[in-house]
Design a protein around this ligand. Structure first.
Ligand code: H2U
Ligand code: ZN
Length: 349
């Protein structure tokens, strides 16, 4: 096999899933769907239910917040009062109650900003908010999934900069898979899986997109989405709450640079889903865990073409056309100053 040109399989050690890599297919003709660019937004939208003072579906009004703002999701997918027991009228028909809570995290009072364009000091406030929320909720729930859907393409219901968290009494599938695989790795190798992986990537260099003294962002060897990245601390941190002041400041810096590169790639806000994975709960039995964020963006060849996970992907296994190394090189080559850094907003704010 000649890497990377011959079609080959790459293994994701965090999940045990494979991805089929078939480089060179991105040049095929495309008469299919084109993604329109999102409209430019005003800095304040009186109709927006996430803006300061905005009215939500519940009839409640948001305070005139100036930094970040958190509220319980009015359409929560899990609720604290659910009874956790199981029923199984037949062994093939098992159901288990899933108590939990869902919150919406507004990143900024400005309707028109995104993490990619916020100053590092404001991204730092979001980093601290993630930390506080995980700290509070992981005392009550087994797992806290923090995430952001950015852009209509990823199903975001509103362009106002915001993320979500869902805290659950159960360990969701992705976290459970990663838990098991990292545990097994530590037992056989004595170094946490992602600490060893960060070391491999730092020595190789071809998949690094951005790095700083505390953090590293790479297009992982096993990436599925065209410009998927994995953000990892360089030192051992099992969960978000392990991060100290210096690591949090450094994370804000890395995120700003990474997200600016994404937007600069096609000179448009880059849609993605991103979220954090860390050791569940609060303490104990978690040496094998290494905190990390996944960023999964759906864009492919250009600003207007998205990657569809259909057909072979739904029925057989994940597949990608662009090699991880080429994706990393293209992202790395972008400036880390956002292309709209000095542009006026729609309403001159
Ligand atoms: P997404 O854009 O990622 O869907 O997040 C927005 C969330 O905001 C969504 O989960 C909630 C939706 O349930 N929401 C409220 O809680 N109150 C509202 O008034 C509208 C939307
Ligand atoms: Zn808004």
């Amino acid at each position: 096999m000649r890497l990377p040109d011959d079609p080959h399989l790459r293994l994701n050690p965090l999940t045990g899933r494979s991805v089929l890599v078939s480089q060179g297919r991105t040049t095929r003709p495309w008469l299919g769907r084109q993604e329109p660019p999102p409209p430019i937004r005003p800095s304040y939208d009186p109709q927006c239910y996430l803006c300061p003072g905005g009215e939500r579906a519940s009839g409640e009004r948001n305070p005139r917040y100036e930094g970040t703002f958190v509220f319980t999701n009015d359409f929560a997918a899990v609720r604290p009062d659910t009874v956790p027991g199981s029923t199984a009228p037949h062994p093939l028909l098992r159901a288990t109650g899933a108590p939990g809570t869902c919150r919406v995290l507004c990143f900024s009072p400005r309707h028109d900003l995104d993490l990619a364009q916020m100053p590092v000091s404001e991204i730092r406030r979001v980093v601290d908010l993630w930390g506080e929320q995980i700290d509070e909720l992981s005392r009550r729930y087994r797992y806290v999934q923090v995430f952001e859907n950015r852009g209509e393409e990823m199903g975001a219901s509103n362009p106002h900069p915001h993320g979500q968290l869902w805290a659950t009494a159960h360990l969701p599938d992705e976290a459970a898979l990663e838990d098991g695989r990292q545990r097994a790795w530590l037992e056989s190798s004595r170094t946490p899986l992602l600490l060893e992986y960060a070391d491999v990537e730092l020595r190789d260099g071809s998949r690094i997109v951005v790095e700083n003294p505390y953090w590293l962002a790479v297009v992982p060897f096993w990436a599925v989405w065209p410009f998927e990245t994995l953000v990892m601390p360089r030192g051992h941190a099992r969960r978000f709450t392990d991060l100290g002041d210096a690591e949090r400041g450094s994370l804000a810096d890395l995120l700003r640079r990474l997200l600016a590169k994404y937007d600069n790639l096609f000179r448009r806000p880059f849609p993605y889903s991103m979220g954090w994975h860390g050791a569940p709960g609060h303490v104990g039995d978690d040496e094998h865990w290494q905190l990390h964020a996944h960023i999964y963006p759906p864009l492919l060849r250009s600003a207007t073409n998205r990657k569809f996970m259909v057909g072979y992907e739904m029925l057989a296994e994940a597949q990608r056309d662009l090699s991880a190394e080429e994706a990393a090189e293209r992202l790395r080559a972008q400036s880390d100053v956002h292309f709209l850094a000095d542009a006026p907003t729609a309403d001159g704010a």
